[in-house]
Design a protein around this ligand. Structure first.
Ligand SMILES: CC(C)(COP(=O)(O)OP(=O)(O)OC[C@H]1O[C@@H](n2cnc3c(N)ncnc32)[C@H](O)[C@@H]1OP(=O)(O)O)[C@@H](O)C(=O)NCCC(=O)NCCS
Length: 309
């Protein structure tokens, strides 16, 4: 299913209202009233909250409405048009909200639902939400649920990060696989629109570097067979005390999950065939060996790929 995401503007308010009313209609007989999102003023909400809209082909199929509240991102409303339900769109948008919370440096996401909507509570629990509290309101019992942020803060690198990245590239354990730090300097990559550079931090300490790139930005490219929009990537852990503890595979999984939540159709990674630790770490992050070993224009490589699902 080809899903396109975009952030809503003021002109989308009516479409948001229509979709939300359709999606929540099934709860009216259970709640004995219209759930609050059916009655909200979306002309006003769209000016204060972020709405991410998911299109399948030309059709608006789903949306998620979020707003930072304190140190968490509140999911105000997630709605999938009835004809598009049960196809993974809701989960995808909920995961998008988690990544938005991560990117904003927030401590996680939270949401609330009606206690009578048991199916929703089960879904949220399966995604890692836990019930924080229940409140008895005049309109029914509200269940407050929350999910903590991902373990790593992954953010785009800036020019100010380059000395740190350079110091990591000089470390023997990185040099061994990434080569001479003078080659392919990060300053050049920062200015290249085909490439994204990121730092991963845990508990406020940056310790790893990720670069990702458009696999169709070079011709030929050994990942050129992947669908348009696919990203290739490389990573290293810069701080030696963070090696070999599962961080590499978990960062990569988190990074690729965020790409998939934004609609990237496939990811590729190309470790050196002798780099057994990297190959194992990438397998743990959900990548499978697709072909190789082969000689690319950059180095000898094993091609590993991961797709959503
Ligand atoms: C590759 C890298 C990102 C992996 O991150 P990491 O946090 O160290 O890796 P993880 O702990 O998640 O997983 C490593 C796995 O390889 C295994 N491993 C380590 N050394 C190994 C070796 N010599 N042979 C086989 N397996 C090995 C580990 O046991 C572990 O698997 P397990 O959990 O099943 O026991 C990191 O080691 C690194 O930065 N290396 C230097 C730069 C580099 O090689 N980058 C990749 C370039 S493509």
């Amino acid at each position: 299913m080809d899903v396109r995401l975009r952030i809503a503007g003021a002109a989308d308010a009516e479409a948001i209202r229509t979709l939300t009313r359709e999606a929540y209609a099934k709860w009216v007989p259970i709640a004995g009233r219209e759930p609050l999102p059916m009655q909200a003023d979306y002309h006003e909400a769209v000016t204060r909250h972020r709405f991410d809209l998911a299109y399948v082909g030309e059709a608006l199929a789903a949306l998620i409405e979020t707003v930072p509240e304190g140190d968490q991102l509140l999911i105000v409303n997630v709605a999938v048009r009835p004809g598009f339900q049960k196809r993974g769109l809701g989960v995808r948008l909920l995961k998008l909200a988690e990544h938005l919370a991560d990117e904003a440096g927030l401590k996680g996401t939270r949401l609330y639902t009606n206690k009578l909507f048991a199916e929703n509570i089960r879904l949220y629990e399966s995604l890692g939400y836990h019930i924080e509290s229940e409140e008895t309101l005049p309109v029914g019992v509200r269940v407050n649920m929350a999910k903590p942020a991902s373990a790593y803060l992954i953010r785009p690198a800036t020019g100010a990060d380059l000395p740190l990245v350079r110091s990591w590239r000089e470390r023997p354990h990185v040099r061994r696989w990434w080569g001479d730090p003078e080659l392919e300097p990060e300053a050049e990559k920062l200015a290249d629109p085909r490439i994204g550079l990121f730092l991963a931090a845990r508990e406020g300490r940056p310790f790893a570097f990720i670069q990702d790139y458009d696999v169709h930005g070079w011709t030929p490219h050994h990942f050129g067979h992947l669908p348009p929009g696919s990203r290739g990537m490389d990573l290293f852990i810069g701080e030696p005390d963070m090696l070999g503890q599962g961080h590499g595979s978990r960062i990569l999984r988190q990074f690729v999950d965020a790409l998939f939540a934004r609609g990237v159709p496939a990811a590729g990674i190309d470790p050196h065939p002798d780099n057994a630790a990297a190959i194992r770490a990438f397998e743990k992050a959900g990548f499978r060996i697709a072909s190789g070993p082969l000689e690319t224009q950059w180095s000898r490589a094993l091609l590993m790929e991961r797709r959503p699902g």
